[in-house]
Design a protein around this ligand. Structure first.
Ligand code: F3S
Length: 400
């Protein structure tokens, strides 16, 4: 890997210990993936923020970087933390966990990282443009940035994303290169409906099919007539979870699709397959559901407005978490949506989500519209699940 004079000096420690350590991480990655050089990045998203995932070892690493003069050189935001930073007591988070989570956020703040914790940074101002070089972690957001925005990112881990932030650099390989962004498989889609659950179920079907194929996976989806931002964020979360997809193209919808020809090799996903996938994420009966959550990935303001409309002058009967980014919640506050939602007994869980919060053992069964949330509710927290359309999730929260 060719390093410039300045990059060599950074690696030799001329700009402090955190920069040096970051360069060590990044040059190691670059050598593994045969990168020829570093390229500048303008935006970073760091995952691995919950103290439940980091533990003391992860926190010690962050402290070491902060103490070693590590400072973000580019716009850097955080993935969800393990709790709502303001409302954690109301969500049943222990004081001990809250204290440790705040130590994590303090370490990031010392590095000038923006401590807004969300997996939809593209909805709140960390919004790269077409072709922009970025270094993001969080699989759903990387997939969205690459595919829907046309930015260029590999799927970073927590340490490599932090290293990119503290240096403003990333090794040039993988999805930064034109050749790597070419589609590998045409996927004909039949009979897709417009609910987030349909897009999530499609992500599961496609992801599982791609899992069986070795090598690079860049599907070119054909035959989808329309997709909202909310549909696309659901699809990204699902196809990244079930199939490790980092980039897809969607005919007539994503920006690079028109510049590329679909490959000859093709498969078809039918409406029946999508229906079956949706059914496969329902194993809870309505009597068993004791936890309801919307916001995986974090909710847009449009979705919160809809929840307020559905909950107006009603009372929920189950624990109901509304997960979103803090700035989105602040818009909801201003619009009066928060007051309506909280009057109904539902709870905002900003900065966090039903997957990264430490809630294992607290509930039996989750109702959600998110295929990704179903995957982790089962695999991480051992909850049963019910994947149902957005409005029906709210109706379940209201049922006796
Ligand atoms: Fe976001 Fe948590 Fe889902 S990080 S994509 S809301 S699992």
């Amino acid at each position: 890997m060719q390093l410039t004079k300045e990059e060599k000096a950074m690696l030799d420690g001329a700009q402090g210990r955190a920069t040096q350590k970051s360069m060590e991480i990044l040059t190691t990655l670059g050598r593994i993936y045969d990168a020829e050089r570093f390229i500048p990045v303008t935006s970073v998203q760091i995952a691995g923020v919950s103290y439940a995932n980091l533990g003391e070892a992860g926190l010690a690493f962050l402290d070491e970087m902060a103490d070693g003069d590590g400072r973000a050189r580019v716009l850097t935001t955080l993935n969800p933390a393990g709790m709502d930073m303001e409302n954690w007591q109301n969500l049943g988070i222990s004081a001990e966990f809250a204290e440790n989570q705040m130590r994590v956020l303090d370490a990031f703040a010392r590095m000038n990282v923006i401590t807004t914790a969300t997996c939809t940074p593209y909805l709140i101002g960390n919004t790269p443009h077409f072709g922009e070089r970025i270094a993001w972690a969080e699989s759903s957001a990387v997939c969205y940035a690459n595919s829907v925005l046309g930015a260029r990112s590999n799927r970073e881990g927590g340490p490599s994303a932090l290293a990119a932030s503290l240096t403003g650099l990333t090794p040039e390989y993988g999805y930064h290169l034109d050749a790597y962004r070419q589609p590998t498989l045409k996927v004909n889609i039949e009979g897709l409906q417009g609910e987030n659950t349909d897009f999530g179920a499609l992500g599961k079907v496609l992801g599982e099919k791609l899992e069986a194929i070795s090598g690079r996976r860049v599907p070119y989806l054909w035959g989808i007539e329309a997709a909202s931002v909310e549909n696309l964020k659901s699809f990204c979360a699902s196809v990244a979870t079930y199939g490790g997809v980092t980039l897809f193209h969607m005919q007539g919808i994503t920006p690079e699709a028109g510049q590329m020809l679909p490959p000859d090799e093709q498969i078809t996903i039918t409406a029946a397959e999508i229906h079956l996938a949706r059914e496969s994420m329902i194993d809870a009966t309505s009597d068993e559901i004791d936890f309801v959550s919307l916001g995986c990935p974090h909710l847009s303001i449009k979705e919160i407005a809809r929840i307020a409309e559905l909950l107006a002058e009603k009372t929920v009967t189950k624990e109901f978490w509304i997960t979103t980014a803090r700035p989105t919640k602040e818009i909801a506050d201003r619009m009066g949506y928060t007051a309506v939602i909280e009057a109904a007994g539902a709870k905002f869980a900003a900065d966090t989500c039903c997957v990264v919060a430490p809630i294992k053992g607290r509930f039996n069964a989750l109702a959600t519209d998110s295929a990704k949330a179903c995957y982790y509710a089962y695999s991480k927290n051992k909850f049963k699940t019910a994947l149902v359309p957005f409005d029906e999730v709210v109706q379940i929260a209201l049922q006796d």
